[in-house]
Design a protein around this ligand. Structure first.
Ligand code: ARG
Length: 414
């Protein structure tokens, strides 16, 4: 009996050609694996297509809820946004797909796994590192890294093997999407000077053509996780779906990012993440009233580490577990409501409230009747500035010297 291989299968030209290609070259019996992470693929159609290309079995799974609850929401709680721009949709999806492929490999007693990533991107790293971590015994096959086939050659190969290729107009871009966002790269976008053309966008309205009236929404969070939209309790995936449409309609969530790939290449990517942008913004604003000054500041460091580890494919690491322990603890009081105004490409938080709020109107108000002790401020300032005052006397302004900053007229000490 032939050894089995589990192939990550999208139904597109490349992964379809891989079925006979891997069989001919490596002699495996191919089982395809397709997962819906909310991108809305027709799974049944893909399953049938896999079987006609010569796969011995075709597995399809919908893992959208698992993706949202165990990958997207932890990243949101952490505030993980790569290089302050990219909400990490693709990067979060890969370790889950790889994990589910390993589970499938075990079920089928397979000896190998395969994916269709190129040798120039981050996705190969995320797949391979996850496979190596969870199942070091499985052989990894990555045909696109080795076959050097152009699109016409792939089409010819498909024709030779009776693989039906749909006569769709070929997109000039490379696109990947799941419920958390859509990424678009290659083609004309490879020139970072050129403004992205309208056809590069699919989820968002051009902000200039977005509705002329703003729309207000309210999001409720519990422990850093969104649980309700406009007063209606909603599960994670449907909540993100709704927000994608709402915010997308107002042109929100377009991100143009020249990013630093793990493999040393700078790459111009276009993202659309309407829900991601709104939720990160709303969550960050809720944190301003729920977290102490120190907690917010330290968390920005953790957020960056967390984003990097996701981007770099290190999801299944002890370091991740450690960071998440901090995040979970840090988020325990991040519950409350945020009001967001959606208008012409921008999501603006206009209100926030929480039963754990550290914001005290009584302390902050300039009106009469505050409990804040203004007399105490005087003593505090004296102590706070003491070190600097001593330094000025002993060093900077000693003997009548002036205090110098480049370009600033100095102040004489006497
Ligand atoms: N640059 C993004 C990332 O590394 C998106 C990758 C999209 N992948 C793709 N095969 N088109 O996460």
């Amino acid at each position: 009996m032939q050894d089995k291989l589990i192939l990550a299968y999208s139904g597109g030209l490349d992964t379809s050609v891989m079925v006979p290609w891997i069989r001919e070259r490596y002699g495996y019996d191919i089982v395809t694996f397709t997962v819906d992470l909310g991108q809305g693929d027709d799974l049944e159609k893909i399953r049938k297509k896999a079987l006609t290309t010569g796969a011995s079995d075709a597995v399809v799974v919908n893992a959208t809820n698992m993706f949202v609850d165990h990958f997207v929401f932890p990243a949101l709680m952490a505030g993980a946004v790569y290089e302050s721009k990219y909400p990490l949709a693709t990067a979060l999806g890969r370790p889950l797909i790889a994990k589910l492929m390993v589970d499938t490999a075990r079920k089928y007693g397979a000896k190998a796994v395969a994916h269709g990533c190129t040798g120039k991107g981050n996705d190969q790293v995320r797949f391979d590192v996850t496979f190596q971590t969870l199942a070091p015994d499985l052989k990894i096959v990555a045909p696109v890294r080795e076959w050097n086939m152009s699109r016409p050659e792939a089409l010819a190969y498909a024709a030779k093997h009776n693989i039906h290729v749909e006569a769709t107009v070929e997109s000039p871009f490379s696109i990947d999407q799941n419920i958390w966002g859509r990424s678009c790269e290659a083609g004309i976008l490879e020139d970072p000077w050129i403004e992205p053309p309208a056809e590069a966008f699919a989820w968002t309205t051009d902000p200039a053509l977005a509705p002329n009236e703003p729309e207000y929404i309210e999001i409720e969070f519990a422990h850093g996780i969104p649980i309700a939209l406009n007063g209606v309790k909603t599960d994670g995936a449907p909540l993100i779906d709704k927000l994608n449409r709402l915010a997308g309609k107002h042109g929100i969530g377009r991100i143009d990012h020249v990013e630093n790939r793990l493999v040393g290449i700078k790459s111009r990517e276009l993202y659309e993440a309407p829900a991601g942008v709104v939720l990160h913004e709303a969550h960050r604003e809720l944190e301003t009233i729920c977290l102490s000054k120190q907690a917010v500041r330290f968390k920005t460091l953790v957020a960056q580490e967390y984003a990097d580890l996701i981007y770099n494919g290190l999801w299944f690491s002890a370091f991740h577990q450690d960071l998440f322990s901090f995040i979970a603890s840090n988020q325990r009081f991040v519950s409350g409501h945020v009001r967001v105004k959606l208008f012409k490409g921008k999501a603006t938080v206009v209100g926030r409230k929480s039963e754990h709020s550290l914001y005290s109107h009584n302390l902050a108000t300039y009106d009469k009747g505050s409990d804040y002790d203004q007399d105490a401020a005087q003593g505090f300032i004296k102590i706070h500035g003491l070190g600097q005052q001593t330094q000025a006397r002993q060093q900077l302004l000693k003997g009548g010297a002036g205090f110098n900053l480049p370009g600033l007229p100095s102040t004489r000490s006497e």
